[in-house]
Design a protein around this ligand. Sequence first.
Ligand code: NAP
Length: 367
Amino acid sequence: MTMTARIPVAVLGATGAVGQAFVRQLADHPWFVLAEVAASERSAGKTYREATRWLEGTLPDDVAGLTVRTCTPSAVRAPIVFSALDSGVAGDVEAAFAQAGRLVLSNAKNFRMHDDVPLVIPEVNGDHLCMLARQQAVRGWNGAIVTNANCAATVIASALAPLHAAFGVRQVLAVTMQAVSGAGYPGVPSLDILGNVIPYIGDEEPKIETELGKLLGQLVDGEIVPAPITVSAHANRVPVEHGHTVCLTIGFERAPTVAEALEVLRAWKGHAGVAGLPSAPSPALEVTDAPDRPQPRRDVQCAGGMGVTIGRVREDALLHLRLVAMAHNVVRGAAGGSVLNAELLVASGAVHRESGALQLGALAGRQ
Ligand code: NAP
């Protein structure tokens, strides 16, 4: 798709770990230009360079000089707003932006499980974006909120989606090994995590267990019917910088052989319209036969951090199959996933490709 002008976008919570990933993801984006950054009162009024402890790569000059704004619709004017806000404040702030007519793409947990709010991984359930018209009607908003999933749930749902579509996933045991960057910045104290494994991440297991049903659920008459999957999650923090690794044991309605599962995973293209978007990985899933992969150190930058790598697909004595999946938590599981959601909305016509205005009528009949 060619676009004559880029759509101005803003990042709320731009100074944090996910906010910085947005700045990297949006640098030289063909459709969007980062016009505004916002964060807490502590940062507002400073330049982005002064307010931010920049963590990775080169801070783009055009962003470094932006003045950090407060997270209010009067201070931030862009029609598309990416939110990397702490969940303690995200709820009220994101609702205020949606009410003020903006499209909010949120990484926070606050709205994920609301009935009228799409929880979207584009390849897995891009069709759920059709719920947005109902959201506007229910809430009386001119804008809208789209959420992306918890970062570990993103890895799990991405790996399960093709298998669920083909064989009907019914039970999942998920053991996660989650990177330190998943806790934001400064995150977990070094003396707690170096040389250690912490078998607890607050609120993570319930998020994985509930979000999976919605992500893999079906949209019926504008509402999500959750997938009937029983999920047991163990969430662990490990001394890895980026990349959540998940060991999955899976039970099916119709158990596939290992060869059948591999064929389905390799053939997976995901929701129509995602392939070819600027941030979409190709292939949709990276499936490896190497006996010792995926590994965060070697595979986390797959497809610029947007790739989900799957390996070790094998039979299981307890349920039916086992596998290991891994993806970049801050890119695929957060900022990159949000940008891909926005790209899908633009490509589908639900966002005007120059002004960024919402035109949700374009989604009608796409379910
Ligand atoms: P973080 O590093 O702690 O950053 C939090 C951001 O929120 C900062 O920009 C901070 O601004 C801003 N903020 C805090 N209090 C505020 C307030 N009262 N008003 C306005 N802004 C405020 O956290 P993070 O890891 O980037 O996570 C951001 C969100 O993404 C969270 O909801 C998290 O659950 C979610 N998420 C994170 C990951 C991950 O892998 N890290 C993955 C998926 C989803 P100041 O610098 O001014 O304080």
